[in-house]
Design a protein around this ligand. Structure first.
Ligand code: TXA
Ligand code: MG
Length: 377
């Protein structure tokens, strides 16, 4: 692990990491979204090392990172005018575009698809590494497959110690949720993953962009919260509706950001949700479960004052004020990891409003809950 200044990365550290990339090794580095696990995108052996280190299915394609958008034609062909327009507005930054893949990029990068995912990260460390390495860098998030994305170098080591040659530690990543993925090979363009560039911003360039977010309207079959808690304490399996068909992009499976604990996501008015949470919690405490609450400050303040929750079997993580999606995004994945490390068997969270950055947060919560939502009214 090499510490680097996040704004003005030290030249020696960057050169060491860039050399490792050129030698086909793996380098974890901070981007503005999350840490990436990088390798030379043009070297098939280096690419196979990424899949092996993460335990990632070979069917889940990688994002290729460039230092500058004018290098797009090194990895893509038949680039539409819209791609240049979007990158003129949003690169460098957290926008990933799906384009037609250039023949020089190995099949394995895209899991054999004729397309390629490309982005230009804005983080100074990522920028410096890409510039020094002089090759495009393929980099998925630097977590073990199915673990929350890493927002610190420590998270990377927790998952990949011994599997990664160099970790550039540039501190916590500023945004905390992954980039927005937009497919320009479909007509009309399709949003595959809501991310840190809000849909509302994309619509400044693409006014007609539509997004069918998680199918909440089909989820709602649950008002009997007590039934949920009974099921949870009986067999650890909530009997809630789910939709496994929701996989817009390869690798975007529902259970993608899943913590080890069983995750219950509540939706509804604050008071109804908090009352329902309390109702769920009581039998779980009786059953001796350790449970975590991943809450906005307003909810945490209320629940922390409840005598029923004053037990060492409960851990509350505060994410920030409900209206402060920026802070919630920064804390979300580390909160999930903290609850996992603490040994939470059950985690409760409340859905947040899917607007702006909130849409990406809502999407990650939905996936952490593997599509299970408990609607309270
Ligand atoms: O913010 C980010 O995007 C971070 C940083 C490191 O750049 N990277 C990241 O990579 O989140 P990863 O591998 O965890 O997620 C890549 C997503 C996956 O959902 C994958 O299915 C999708 O992009 N993807 C990659 N190539 C694709 C392609 N050719 N067509 C459709 N989706 C693709
Ligand atoms: Mg990932």
């Amino acid at each position: 692990m090499i510490p680097v200044n996040s704004q003005h990365p030290e030249v020696a550290a960057i050169q060491q990491a860039a050399l490792a990339i050129q030698q086909g090794k793996l380098v974890a580095f901070p981007t503005e979204t999350v840490y990436g696990l990088g390798a030379n995108a043009l070297d098939p052996e280096a690419i196979s090392r990424i899949f092996a280190a993460k335990g990632r299915p070979s069917t889940n394609p990688l994002i290729v990172h460039l230092a500058h958008s004018h290098q797009l034609d090194r990895v893509a062909v038949a680039i539409p005018e819209l791609a240049w327009q979007l990158f003129a507005s949003f690169a460098p930054g957290p926008l990933t575009l799906i384009l037609q893949r250039h023949p020089c990029v190995p099949d394995a990068v895209s899991s054999g698809l004729p397309t390629i995912a490309v982005r230009v990260p804005s983080h100074p460390v990522a920028q410096a590494l890409l510039t020094a390495a002089t090759v495009p860098i393929a980099a998925p998030s630097a977590n073990r497959s199915n673990r929350p994305s890493p927002t610190t170098a420590t998270h990377v080591l927790d998952d990949l110690q011994g599997q990664v040659d160099v970790v550039l530690d540039g501190g916590a990543t500023p945004i905390g949720v992954e980039s927005t993925v937009l497919d320009l090979t479909s007509n009309p363009p399709r949003l595959l993953r809501p991310g840190s560039l809000p849909v509302e911003s994309l619509r400044e360039v693409l006014p007609t962009l539509d997004y069918q977010h998680y199918p909440i309207s089909h989820q709602d079959q649950f008002s009997q919260v007590s039934q949920v808690s009974q099921n949870a304490s009986r067999n650890g399996n909530p009997d809630v509706s789910q939709n496994n068909a929701f996989t817009p992009s390869p690798g975007m499976s529902l259970k993608h950001y899943a913590p080890a604990a069983q995750f219950f996501l509540f939706q509804g008015e604050q008071q109804a949700v908090l009352a329902a949470m309390l109702q769920v919690v009581a039998p779980l405490i009786q059953a001796g479960k350790r449970f975590g609450l991943l809450l906005v400050d307003e909810d945490a303040t209320y629940l922390a004052s409840q005598p029923a929750l004053a037990t060492p079997h409960v851990k509350i993580i505060t994410l920030g004020r409900e209206t402060d999606a920026t802070t919630i995004a920064q804390r979300l994945f580390s909160g999930l990891r903290e609850l996992d490390r603490w040994g939470a068997e059950v985690i409760l969270a409340r859905m947040i409003a899917p607007e702006g950055l909130g849409l990406a947060i809502a999407d990650r919560l939905f996936r952490a809950a593997a599509g299970h939502i408990i609607r309270c009214s």
